[in-house]
Design a protein around this ligand. Sequence first.
Ligand code: ADP
Ligand code: ZN
Length: 209
Amino acid sequence: MKLIFLGPPGAGKGTLAVRVKELLKTPHISTGVIFRDAIAAKSPLGLKVKAVIDAGKLVDDETTIALVKERLSQADAQAGYILDGFPRTIAQAEALETFSVVDKVVNFDISNDGAIERLSGRRVCRKCGFNFHTIFNKPKKEGVCDFCGGEVYVREDDKPSAVTKRLEVYRVQTEPLIDFYCKKGLLVDIDASPLVDEILVGFKKALRI
Ligand code: ADP
Ligand code: ZN
C-alpha cells in the first residue's frame, strides 16, 4: 500500500509510521529523517538545508521533490511505502502525481495545543532517530536511547521559536493539501490525540486492515 501521512508537526506521524511499517512491511520514508541524516553527515545536501530547517522553515520544493523522486525509484519502494512529511506543499503534491500513484492519504487530526505539547517534550536519538517524550515515553535512562545507546537530544527545530514557525508554516502551506486530497477521494481522517497504541487501532479501522 502506498500511503501519505499528513498532519502538523507533533501529530505523531513518525511514531505511528514505525509501527505501521512493521505491520505492512513497507519502508518508512521520512524527508525530515533524510534531511537530518544529511546534516549529521555534513553532506552537500545537509550543508544546504541546515539553516532553513533549524529556523523551522521549509526546504525548497525543487530540492525536496528531487530527493523523494529518487528515493521512490528504489526497489524497496515499488510495492508500497509510508511517505512521512512529504508532500508539504501543493507543488510537491502535484509533482508526486507525475512519478507515483498513492492509495490513501492519512490525515492526523490534532489540536494546536496537542501538537505543541508533543513537540515541546520531544527528545530524539541522535543515532537511530527514535522519538521519545519527557512525559509520554521517557527513555529508561535520561539522555540515553533504550535501543542503541545513542545520545537523546532536543532537535534545534523543537525549540519554542521554531515550533511556532513550523505550526504557522503548516497552516499556510501544508493544510491546503487536506482539501486537495479530499477532492480526489483519497483522504482518511484519524484521531491523533491519544497515545500511539490507540492511534494504531484507529488507523487499522480507518483503512480496514
Ligand atoms: P515534523 O513533522 O516534526 O515537523 P520533519 O522531521 O518531518 O518534522 O521535518 C523537519 C523539517 O525538515 C521541516 O520543518 C522542514 O524544514 C524540513 N522538511 C521535511 N520535509 C519537507 C518537505 N516535504 N518540504 C520541505 N521541507 C521539508
Ligand atoms: Zn537510538
